[in-house]
Design a protein. Structure first.
Length: 436
């Protein structure tokens, strides 16, 4: 009898140790997964990373993050009988930290979403957003609970919201993918249209959508995990959401590439609008060039820009220009405008070569006269003929120089350009420049 009791005690002890080991292993797995989610949230909120880099980071992190969402809910439920442990509280805090990182995205997202003129006839995006956020609030109340009784109570509240939550995650996914018209407009094209293809603003909108979708997915998997009838399907649903999120990532990469490809068309509209709103009668050339440059350099930040504004002169004897990646807009609301741009990653022109090129442009003919006394007269060479004396590398093509030109001094040109790209000479009769 004593031997049997001893054996039972040993078996019980082994089972207890096995449960502890299993819980510790699960806790470590969840901790690692939530840390990945925290890193993902940090990357999405980082304004110094462009969208392709954020989406590449997401591709690496999404699988390990999704893989712990189901186990996390079971982990929380497992503490109902006896209350939280130090390990549980540590994981709880980690999840709070992750939420805080994701919340950093939210304000910027709403600033952009306010610009979108939603179709009021169809289901509003805000309705789906509110449903997801309401469910998530109940979810956080559950995992943030510090007593077994509170955990059980909040879990009951969360479960009761399932019918209201419904297919919100799938509805949002379909809206992002353009699979239906539940929001009146497809979400990504709408963000492009109403921000005038502003890449930073569209990126913030996409980041906000990802934040909302990831929370909706977490909710979807949590509801499945807490229902004994569907708990066994969590793994397959996790795999399916991984596939869907990969599709979202591809969709957003395509949207970002579309915005980049629209820079020339859209920048032309931006220039025209600013020119109309700020005619020469209301703003001088210096301020106009500076303001337009900063606007373009901020919005189309992946390119280096040059802007020239000068008086509304006409005739190629007074000005002659060429540009790449921009526009020549002459006689535009009382001034002439030259805009050029080049990819930031494009190598800079050689400083020695560029200076040699502008110094070699023939801007005047020096004639030595002897009467009434010896002196030199600099005879005017018009802008077109001066331009023709540019080195062939500057005179045509875009591989080295994105712009070159000659402008009469009397036109009062004002220049603003990216550093180490513009080379400018104030010659005898003209301003001479190259940009590259």
């Amino acid at each position: 009898m004593k031997l049997l009791l001893l054996v039972l005690l040993c078996v019980t002890g082994l089972k207890t140790e096995d449960v502890k080991h299993k819980r510790t292993t699960t806790g470590t797995h969840i901790t690692n997964g939530i840390n990945v989610g925290k890193a993902l949230a940090t990357a999405l909120a980082d304004d110094n990373l462009d969208m392709p880099k954020k989406l590449a980071d997401m591709a690496k992190k999404i699988a390990p993050f999704l893989g712990v969402l189901g186990p996390f809910v079971s982990f929380v439920a497992g503490f109902i009988p006896k209350g939280p442990t130090k390990e549980f509280l540590a994981i709880q805090q980690l999840h709070k930290d992750m939420d805080t990182r994701f919340d950093q995205i939210n304000g910027k997202f709403h600033d952009v979403s306010k610009l979108i003129q939603w179709n009021t006839v169809r289901l509003q995006f805000s309705s789906v957003e509110q449903t997801i956020n309401n469910a998530y609030q109940r979810y956080t109340n559950m995992y943030k609970a510090t007593t077994s009784r509170t955990i059980q109570s909040e879990m009951h509240v969360f479960k009761n919201y399932r019918s209201k939550f419904g297919d919100s995650a799938l509805t949002l996914y379909n809206g992002i993918m353009g699979a239906n018209t539940v929001f009146g407009d497809e979400l990504l094209p709408a963000s492009m249209k109403f921000t005038d293809y502003n890449r930073k603003q569209c990126a913030r909108f996409m980041e906000g959508l990802l934040r909302l979708l990831l929370r909706a997915v977490e909710m979807d998997l949590a509801y499945l995990q807490l229902d004994t009838k569907t708990a066994a399907s969590v793994h397959s649903h996790t795999t399916e959401w991984k596939r869907r999120l990969d599709s979202v990532r591809s969709k957003m990469l395509h949207a970002d590439a579309t915005i980049v490809s629209k820079y020339h068309e859209q920048s032309g509209k931006d220039i025209d609008r600013y020119s109309t709103d700020h005619p020469a009668s209301h703003m001088n050339n210096h301020d106009w060039a500076n303001n337009m440059y900063h606007s373009l350099a901020t919005k189309y930040h992946w390119r280096d820009w040059m802007v020239i504004a000068y008086d509304d002169v006409s005739g190629d004897d007074k000005h002659y220009q060429r540009e790449c990646g921009g526009y020549l807009k002459f006689r535009s609301n009382g001034r002439n405008i030259v805009v050029a741009s080049i990819e930031k990653t494009h190598s800079h022109a050689s400083s020695t070569e560029a200076k040699s090129i502008i110094n070699s442009v023939h801007d005047n003919d020096a004639v030595h006269l002897h009467r009434p006394k010896d002196h030199v007269v600099h005879r005017f060479v018009d802008a077109r003929h001066a331009f023709d004396t540019f080195n062939s590398k500057a005179r045509s093509g875009c591989s080295t120089y994105a712009a070159a030109g000659v402008i009469d001094n009397k036109a009062q040109p004002s220049y603003k350009a990216a550093s180490n790209r513009l080379y400018l000479k104030h010659a005898y009769y003209h301003y001479i420049h190259v940009f590259g």
